[in-house]
Design a protein around this ligand. Structure first.
Ligand code: GDP
Ligand code: IMO
Ligand code: MG
Length: 439
């Protein structure tokens, strides 16, 4: 007798599970110090193996310098994969974007032959208006001696509006009447703060935003749909952090931080991804430390040695031109950042800058009143740092392509960072040019 078996019921979730096998995971690259670790240079390199490079936070407070052959570019908001012609570039919903800044950047890139139609912007990204930059300046002045030393780009005020639910998104730019009303409301609410600031008339702000919005409209996409469609169709996505972990608004050296979450977790909220969508997390770490602006910097060198690092490393801000404060590599801060980001591996940059130093310091411990403390105490005025000294090396290393071919002292230095941060080093950058790296 023939047995009659019921056709198996196919639940939607089972179908989704089956599909999950084809969904790719996004990898993340973040800076693990105070920014300017060389993330742009490292993202440019990794991007060769990806289809999409996505920015998740910050705005044009970021400045990335990338050199590939004769092309030497400065990027602010366009993701650093841009010099890889087959990569699509996505500016995620967690960012804050100046319309004129983005248009200028696209124009600049277009002039050197870059196809900028590959740049997509999430409809969830927030717009930075001229009144945000003015408010940034006014806030800094009001802080007097406690000024943060911001980049003056209006980043803090733009995120303030976002959290206050008065921000204006790229989606809002589609409604011209609504836009005018929102701009007026945001100007009105800041009337006292902006009284002494030079600003265009409200009508002019709205007019130029509408004009810019029309030019940018072809780039604006449903950001959540874009990201998930990319992953679900198996495209390889690289997520690019801006700033550095120690500038994170929640876990950095608050209040001397930026106004966004710069750590790897920010990639999920900044792009609308769940934690299960993430694969590897690579931390970019400069072979020494720098910081622009005010705030705690336990390993800072205020002497000739700091000046030497500044000159040899070209440590002047790409956004503001300010000299960067310089100091030894700080392993206490490094271990803290490894935890914050759940790092899979490290990429060390600017090792070549240390060539020619007799001795190189590494901060290996913090103490207060004789007791060991962690990075949480970085701002304590009684903080003392423990410095371990290592032998330096004299020869230039920018031509070296294998870590095993680096001078022995340089190999020991890399191995010590790896050991102190308990994280494998997967590449060492030894120069600005794309090819200048050792694996
Ligand atoms: P980002 O903001 O993290 O992308 O870093 P920036 O671009 O602001 O600052 C890093 C600077 O160091 C840039 O001028 C890079 O071209 C440069 N740079 C990156 N890696 C190296 C390296 O390995 N050696 C040297 N000498 N310069 C590097
Ligand atoms: P990239 O991506 C270094 C610093 C500013 C200031 C603080 C707050 O190039 O590494 P903000 O304008 O964000 O309100 O300033 O954060 N800062 C950076 N420092 N690199 C950056 O970006 C930075 N972005 C912000 O100097 O101390
Ligand atoms: Mg930078």
């Amino acid at each position: 007798m023939e047995s009659r078996r019921a056709a198996p019921v196919r639940h939607e979730w089972q179908e989704r599970r089956r599909n999950e096998a084809r969904v790719s995971k996004a990898d993340i690259i973040v800076g693990i110090q105070w920014g300017d670790e060389g993330k742009g240079r490292i993202v440019d390199l990794y991007a060769q193996d990806y289809d999409v490079v996505a920015r998740f936070g910050g705005g044009d407070n970021a400045g990335h310098q990338i050199k590939v052959g004769d092309t030497d570019i400065a990027l602010r908001i366009v993701p650093s994969g841009v010099l890889n012609p087959s990569v699509e570039l996505f500016i995620g919903g967690g960012t804050v974007v100046s319309l004129s800044g983005l248009l200028d950047e696209l124009e600049r890139l277009g002039k050197i032959g870059v196809d900028v139609s590959r740049v997509k912007i999430s409809d969830r990204a927030h717009v930075v208006f001229p009144y945000h930059a003015a408010a940034d300046r006014a806030n800094e002045r009001a802080r007097g001696g406690d000024a943060i030393g911001t980049t003056g780009r209006g980043i803090g005020p733009a995120y303030t509006d976002k959290v206050a639910r008065t921000g204006i998104t790229f989606a809002d730019l589609r409604d011209a009447d609504g836009l005018a009303a929102k701009v007026r409301r945001n100007l009105d609410s800041r009337r006292a703060l902006l009284a002494a600031e030079e600003l265009p008339f409200p009508d002019e702000i709205v007019r130029s935003a509408s004009e810019a919005a029309a030019r940018l409209a072809p780039h604006v996409v449903d950001g959540v749909g874009y990201m998930h469609d990319a992953l679900e169709s198996g495209r390889r996505v690289l997520i690019e952090g801006a700033q550095g972990s120690l500038l994170d608004v929640g876990y950095g050296t608050y209040p001397f931080v930026t106004s966004s979450h710069t750590i790897a977790g920010g990639a999920c909220t900044g792009l609308g991804l769940g934690p299960t969508a993430i694969g590897r997390v690579v931390g970019v770490v400069k072979a020494y430390c720098t910081r622009v602006g005010a705030g705690p910097f336990p390993s800072e060198l205020l002497d000739q040695q700091g000046e030497r690092l500044r000159v040899a490393g070209g440590e002047f801000g790409t956004v503001t031109g300010r000299p960067r404060r310089c100091g030894w590599f700080d392993a206490v801060a490094g271990r803290y950042a490894v935890r914050l980001n759940g790092l899979s591996a490290l990429a060390i940059t600017k090792l070549d800058v240390l060539s020619g130093l007799d001795r190189i310091g590494i901060v290996t411990g913090y103490s207060v009143d004789g007791s060991r403390v962690g990075f949480a105490q970085a701002a304590n005025p009684r903080l003392r740092v423990e410095i371990e000294e290592m032998d330096g090396w004299s020869e230039p290393i920018s031509h070296v392509r294998r870590v095993a071919d680096l001078p022995k002292a340089a190999q020991r230095y890399v191995a010590r960072i790896e050991e102190l941060l308990a994280t494998p080093v997967e590449l060492v950058s030894v120069g600005r040019e794309r090819s200048e790296l050792a694996r």
